[in-house]
Design a protein around this ligand. Sequence first.
Ligand SMILES: [Mg+2]
Length: 258
Amino acid sequence: MTLGSGAADLGGRSCVALDLDGVVYRGAAAVPGAADAVGLLRLRGVRVVFTTNNSGSTRDQVAAKLTGLGIACAAEDVLTSGYLAARRVHDLLGDGGQVLRIGTAGLSAELVTARLHPTDDPQRAEAVLVGLDPTFSYAALASALTALRRGLPLVGCNRDADYPVSPTDVLPGCGPLLAAVETAAQRPADHVVGKPGADMLVLAAQTSGTTLDDWFVVGDSPAADLGMARAAGVPGVLVAHPEAAHADLAGVVRAWAA
Ligand SMILES: [Mg+2]
C-alpha cells in the first residue's frame, strides 16, 4: 500500500471506496473519463461507494449530482462525513436528540434524516456537532462553548485543513473550525468521523454485507484517502496527484482490469 501502488495488489477485491472531489468531479464538472471508469467497474461486478469528507451536502444531493454527471447513483451509494456524523450523534443520543450544530443546511438535513433535532439553544442541546460552515462566527463559537461547558459530547465531521475550489485556490475546511471549538472548550473532540479515520470504510463494509478484505480505496489525498486505507488496513491507490502512478481513475481501472 504505497503511493500510487496501482492495481497490482487489488486482486480479488470486489468493492471500492471512491473519493469524489478531484477523482470523480472537480467543482461542477466530471473528471474526464470518470463516468466511463465507474461504468466499467460496475460492469465487472465491482461495488462502488462514493466517499467524501464534504459535510455540506446530503447524500441525496451528492447522488443527484453524480447522476447528473452521467454516473447513476442512489443515496445508499454515497457516504459523507455529515451523514456519518449524524449517525454517530444518533448512536449517542437516540431519537429526538437535540444537536447544537455548526454547519450548513445540508448537515441539518442529515440530522433530521437521522431523527435528530438541530437547535441553536446551547442550554437545550445534548451534543455539539461541527462541520464545514462558511458562515462560522464568534457567536456560533460562543454557543458551542456554552454547550460544551455543560459536559456535552463534541463530534467533528473531519479535520481537513482546507478544500480546493479551483486548481490553484483553496478555502478553509472543517478542521480549523473544529480546532477553534476545541481550543475554546480546552478539550479534544470525542469523535471525528471522516477520513483519515476508518469509520467510513467500516460502515461501507458493514452495510453491504462484506468485510474490509473485500475493499480498496481510490483517492487523490495522501493524508485523507490513503490515511483511511491505512487505518482500515486495506490497499489504497492515489490518483490525480504528482506522485500517483495512474494519472486518473480511468488509468487505475485499466490497470486493475488488465
Ligand atoms: Mg479528493
